[in-house]
Design a protein around this ligand. Sequence first.
Ligand code: NAP
Length: 251
Amino acid sequence: MSATQKVLLVTGGSRGIGAATCRLGAKAGYSVAVNYVSNQAAADAVVDEIKAGGGQAFAVRGDVGVEADILAMFGAVDRVFGRLDAFVNNAGIVDVKSRVDEMDVARLERMMRVNVTGSFLCAREAVKRMSTRHGGKGGAIVNLSSAAARLGAPGEYVDYAASKGAIDTLTIGLAREVVSEGIRVNAVSPGITETEIHASGGQPDRVERMRDLLPMKRAGTSEEVASAVLYLLSDAASYITGAILNVSGGR
Ligand code: NAP
């Protein structure tokens, strides 16, 4: 199934913000590669929904914390669709609530390997395929940052916040590095968004607990974040690169 339409790859496309990005991407006309790490059923459900709507999609397993998996994932997109126009560095993890003076090396290394090194290596593979310097036709990259990069997440996960600070800097630096090679690089920085990430960090009630502290008295939805991602990928954002767009309901 070689794609005649534009191709979008989303890491962590099986659930949450990534899944919403895959669905909206398909509606916008992209053929979509849906990456997941362990929840194949969730990835297959996203693929099935896109196909049921008349779109093209396939699921590809790969841990962004493992370089060989990243190479295999991009290789699968090359084989199945034969092109890459849009890439979303969405896969990311939190950890259980902890103070900095309680964090061990294993935790810090996992956080940085998945959220930072994984995002760098994926961006590298996307640039190799999109850059006119490498014979590509250009493209757009959107990285998922977080309001935590500005707020620091004290007493919760400063390591996660710092990993998203690195994503902001990756966005600014890479945008300037490839601006003359046909690639735009931007970030979306969500505030608290209703997904399963909070439960994965041992705080299933986090959205409910924080609700009254949020300016809009509610968390964001995956779709609200995904629509900002799709905007930055689109030609409507043709003069925007190196931007970090807060999608955080005023927080
Ligand atoms: P989520 O609901 O926990 O979903 C995480 C997704 O990432 C899943 O598809 C998961 O795959 C995948 N994933 C996790 N580790 C992976 C790995 N090592 N390799 C490949 N895929 C991996 O997360 P989310 O809330 O949608 O968050 C998406 C992004 O937005 C993250 O970068 C997060 O930091 C950022 N963000 C979220 C919020 C929020 O409040 N939700 C706020 C700010 C920023 P499986 O389904 O296979 O497990």
